[in-house]
Design a protein around this ligand. Structure first.
Ligand SMILES: Nc1ncnc2c1ncn2[C@@H]1O[C@H](COP(=O)(O)OP(=O)(O)OP(=O)(O)O)[C@@H](O)[C@H]1O
Length: 358
């Protein structure tokens, strides 16, 4: 019988994932990763709900304490990034370094199982010509999570199932109700798990970074106001600046070294290009010449036409993105993920932009 370990968060998506695979005849083992130290209410609720689902499906449930890994790869990563004036994206890093890699390893070492499944909305296919695993957008585009999954290696994609990628979310809910799953009515998580646990990113970060007031300046260096700590701001932010100006002002730069937040008008918040590091190529091997694609620079932003230019000799690790049209709020630390239609070609982390003068 085919065996699979299903990552169970205690939410409806992973519950239905386990139920679908169970129905399809897989021997399913439930696994919940214990992620957060201290403020762990959502973790403990999730663990209990996951245990209930496993009891209902009559499958085993294992809890794996991975809090040290989460601390190193997510908490420390966020704190050092925000301290340096960038806005790191924790979710792709979490998927790669905390969830998929360790879950596969644990499943192999402890149960001899080399396949895992999660409730992510994405699809995996194989390119028959090249043998490469392809990551594709979910059928339900409003739920598509490929932006957070671009960094998974070929080896990991080979061992993963995303049964929900083929289903609209409404069908997931319907299935949960039809199967009488304990979690069928559970509300959606609205935000990052850290924000859900702490109320806001600022509250979370203030535990680690002492807020240090400083100047809000324009590109000419004129002081326009005071900020509450550089780590409270992100590129493109308009609200909460506390500055009265004739034109709306946006954050266009974060100068952690001089403890300054730099603001400007909307046109100053636009960039024609940026560089991207730590690139992971998914559907294709690293190219050595420029390619055309559509790129997404934020989770909820649309994919826009771009030329992807390899910067290293082998084309692998860094690229330059030249947008057909200048883009608003290109944010260092966030991911840029480029696609060919619904297929992820590759992605990486946006590097610090050329600093606006201040
Ligand atoms: N703590 C965890 N332990 C194991 N697997 C997890 C955990 N958190 C998330 N996952 C897996 O990753 C998938 C996507 O997680 P995400 O945080 O995006 O939650 P979600 O889309 O709200 O899904 P769910 O409804 O299952 O919570 C989940 O469906 C689950 O399979």
């Amino acid at each position: 019988m085919n065996k699979v370990v299903v990552g169970l968060s205690g939410g409806v998506d992973s519950s239905v994932t386990a139920a679908i695979l169970h129905q399809q005849g897989y021997e399913v083992v439930g696994m919940t990763l214990w992620l957060m130290k201290g403020k762990g209410q959502c973790c403990s609720e999730g663990m209990v709900d996951a245990a209930r689902i496993c009891e209902q499906l009559e499958i085993p449930h294992h809890i794996v304490d991975i809090r040290d890994t989460f601390q190193t790869y997510i908490i420390d990563y966020l704190v050092s990034g925000y301290s340096a004036g960038i806005t790191p994206l924790p979710c792709s890093q979490c998927n790669k370094a905390v969830k998929f890699g360790p879950m596969l390893q644990y499943a192999r070492e402890n149960f001899g199982i080399d396949r895992i499944a999660t409730g992510h909305y994405a699809r995996i296919t194989v390119d028959e010509a090249t043998g490469r695993y392809q990551l594709r957008r979910a059928v339900d585009r409003s739920k598509d999570q490929t932006y957070f999954l671009y960094d998974l290696s070929q080896e990991i994609l080979a061992g993963v199932l995303f049964p929900l990628g083929e289903h609209p979310k409404t069908e997931t809910r319907r299935l949960a109700a039809e199967l009488g799953l304990y979690t069928a009515e559970k509300p959606e998580s609205q935000d990052l798990c850290l924000i859900e646990a702490h109320g806001s990113m600022q509250k979370f970060l203030d535990q680690y970074i002492t807020p240090q007031k400083g100047d809000i300046v324009d590109q000419a260096g004129r002081v326009l106001g005071q900020h509450e700590g550089v780590h409270h701001y992100t590129i493109g932010q308009r609200k909460g600046l506390g500055i009265a100006a004739a034109q709306p002002l946006y954050v266009i730069g974060l100068d952690a070294g001089r403890n300054r937040v730099i603001v400007g008008e909307r046109t100053e918040a636009q960039h024609a290009e940026c560089t991207v590091q730590r690139v992971n190529w998914v559907a294709i091997a690293a190219p050595t010449t420029p390619i055309r694609a559509e790129v997404q620079i934020r989770y909820r932003s649309p994919a826009v036409p771009v030329t992807v230019i390899p910067l290293d000799q082998d084309g692998s690790d860094r690229v330059k993105l030249v947008f057909d049209e200048p883009q608003f709020s290109v944010t260092p630390g966030q991911a840029a993920v480029w696609y060919d239609g619904d297929v992820v070609l590759g992605g990486g982390i946006i590097e610090p932009l050329e600093a606006p003068t201040s």
